[in-house]
Design a binder for this molecule. Structure first.
Ligand SMILES: [Cu+2]
Length: 154
């Protein structure tokens, strides 16, 4: 019985310690923030190419995998919201990683209204704690004048 109790006590201790031991949250640098320099909120963009320029202050923008305090890399959320802030940000059409430490990129979007948001990730692509993210912006992409659905110019 004594052994059982000890095992239980040990398990309780291990469980209590687990959240701290497993958490890989990188603390957000003091005063860090990210924002869109481009496009401007409410922009109407003709064509399909959107020039995204990502602003950051209070944090160094570095390539993914860089183990450096107060640093991170940009992620662009396209028409999605990310809520699993203790998990690595997935990489797909809606979660674009700028793992090279880029601060601007031309992306291609289909016609329509799009929600864009920036979310900083640490060296392991996990959001900081608390997350460093921009306000969402909404832009509208329209076909360039003269561009026909069949791909031919008028
Ligand atoms: Cu990433």
């Amino acid at each position: 019985m004594r052994t059982l109790l000890s095992a239980a006590a040990l398990a309780a201790l291990t469980l209590a310690a687990a959240p701290t031991a497993l958490a890989q949250d990188t603390p957000a640098p003091e005063g860090a923030r990210v924002a869109f320099s481009s496009p401007a909120p409410g922009s109407i963009i003709y064509g399909s190419q959107v020039h995204v320029i990502m602003y950051a202050e209070g944090v160094d923008i570095v390539p993914a995998g860089t183990d450096e305090p107060a640093s991170g890399h940009h992620h662009l959320l396209i028409n999605t919201e990310y809520e699993e802030m203790d998990q690595p940000i997935p990489a797909d059409d809606r979660h674009v990683h700028f793992g090279g430490g880029q601060t601007e990129m031309i992306i291609t979007l289909p016609p329509g209204e799009h929600r864009l948001q920036l979310l900083l990730g640490d060296q392991n692509h996990v959001p900081h704690d608390p997350p460093v993210m921009s306000d969402p912006i909404f832009i509208t992409v329209k076909r360039a004048a003269g561009y026909m659905a069949n791909g031919r110019m008028e």
